[in-house]
Ligand binder design. Structure first.
Ligand code: BGC
Length: 247
């Protein structure tokens, strides 16, 4: 019998969020808990927070998924662009499983969001190549072909015009350089046009916190490909992590 419930944890730079997830509905099965991310956010400190967070859900059984904002291959973290360097080489699955006494599977944060948007959200029912991007501190990406994820695409780090793309087009770049939406939209157009050239996707989905303001910037983009806002918003990480844990 396939699982109908799993636990999802979304590990971000400022907060760690967790909730049991109803995998039929693609929604929280109980109220979400949010804890501040410990500083420094070393693997051990974060694992201890996961254990504490889970202890608040004594009835939760079943698999656990956790997002990590870096490359994750077979549970091992391979990059740490916006997190503590000590994550690189950490076997997150083993560390988290030991800390919580449960089976835990780690997944890249954008890949989790991508899985969730394709199964339950903006790309539900869509076939072909869906490219989900998250615009936040960095740029995360998920490539999903006919519902199957190609993990760790890391398209936020494409080099465009001599720059690591996320340093120009992420939401952090917009904020720190105080870019107008028009200026940011020009950079986003350059970014998504490059993705179009490389992948000819059928659909772009735009997630990350700023996606709730999609009406202010998506209409300004000049692209050939359909581009839509994510619909799971800040639930995508938790829901996607839980979904990943069961696949
Ligand atoms: C990381 C990705 C991550 C993205 C969003 C990038 O800097 O390299 O792994 O998905 O930020 O957090």
């Amino acid at each position: 019998m396939s699982e109908t419930q799993a636990f999802g944890i979304d590990f971000g730079g400022t907060g760690i969020k967790g909730a049991p997830v109803d995998l039929v509905e693609g929604d929280f099965a109980a109220e979400r808990v949010r804890v501040r991310t410990p500083q420094p956010a070393t693997p051990e400190a974060v694992a201890a927070v996961f254990a504490e967070l889970l202890s608040q859900f004594p009835d939760s059984t079943g698999p656990i998924g956790v997002t990590v904002p870096g490359v994750v291959r077979h549970g091992v973290v391979g990059s740490a662009a916006n997190i503590h360097d000590s994550w690189v080489g950490t076997d997150a699955d083993t560390l988290f499983s030991k800390a919580t006494g449960r089976t835990v599977h780690a997944v890249n944060d954008a890949d989790a969001a991508g899985l969730a948007e394709v199964r339950y959200g903006a790309a539900k029912g869509r076939t072909g190549l869906v490219l989900v991007t998250t615009l936040g501190t960095g740029i995360g990406s998920a490539l999903v072909l006919d519902g199957v994820l190609v993990p760790n695409s890391e398209l936020g780090h494409l080099e465009i015009d001599g720059y690591d793309a996320e340093t120009r087009a992420s939401n952090r770049a917009r904020e720190s350089e105080e870019l107008s939406m028009e200026k940011w939209a020009k950079r986003l157009t350059r970014y998504y046009r490059t993705l179009e050239k490389l992948f000819s996707p059928d659909l772009f989905v735009v997630g990350g916190g700023i996606s709730k303001r999609h009406a202010e910037f998506l209409p300004l983009l000049d692209l050939d490909t359909e581009i839509v806002p994510a619909t799971l918003r800040n639930k995508a990480g938790v829901v996607g992590a839980a979904l990943y844990a069961t696949t």
